[in-house]
Design a protein around this ligand. Structure first.
Ligand code: HEC
Length: 166
């Protein structure tokens, strides 16, 4: 009976894997992407989904799901950069700065779950500032190479209107 054999093989395989894992060192979180890769490939698009939510407002369940995923990614990205090996500069300041992104992302996720567009728009400034605060402190080239992004917008939404990114 091929099906039963397949299941037996699967069970044996799992047992083997478990045994192998027991023998080796206990796995720990390990970075794959560089800080720059995380920023460009995860945080940047995830925060854009929130920062541009007014003009890209979800219109159906599928789009709300996608927005929820982006907000969740933004919040969980904060956990990724809080991994000990990823800390840049002063530990405590790094953790506090990352927590700003965690809080902004968590609030955006909550609002996205409730499909509350107004709440998401209201969170724009908080999301934007969560990026700016850490960048000002940790990126020495921030003022020079990122001139476009140096000052927070006077009013929520103006960063988006001007096409700036944090
Ligand atoms: C806790 C600190 C911290 C937070 C929070 C943070 N960043 Fe960064 N970001 C960095 C550091 C450090 C670099 C420089 C990385 C490098 O070049 O090695 C960086 C670089 C970047 C870059 C440039 C990457 C490159 O190589 O050109 C982008 C884009 C970026 N961040 C986007 C964001 C966005 C969007 C947010 C907020 C949603 C954010 N970051 C929040 C620390 C942070």
């Amino acid at each position: 009976m091929p099906r039963r054999i397949a299941i037996a093989a699967l069970v044996a395989g799992l047992a083997g894997a478990a045994a192998a894992a027991d023998d080796g060192p206990v796995p720990e979180p390990e970075p794959i992407g560089t800080m720059s890769e995380l920023m460009i490939k995860l945080m940047y698009p995830a925060s854009d989904a929130i920062l541009y939510v007014e003009s890209r407002a979800p219109t159906n369940e599928v789009e709300w799901n996608e927005l929820q995923a982006q907000a969740l990614l933004l919040a969980e990205s904060a956990n990724l950069i809080m991994m000990p090996s990823r800390v840049v500069g002063d530990h405590d300041e790094w953790m506090r700065d990352a927590r700003l992104m965690f809080d902004a992302g968590a609030a955006a996720y909550e609002a996205a779950l409730e499909q509350d567009l107004d709440a998401l728009i209201a969170l724009n400034e908080q999301v934007y500032m969560s990026c700016v605060v850490c960048h000002r402190r940790t990126r020495p080239d921030y003022g020079r190479n990122y001139k476009r992004f140096d000052d927070p917008p006077a009013e929520a939404g103006s960063a988006i209107d001007e096409g700036r990114v944090p």
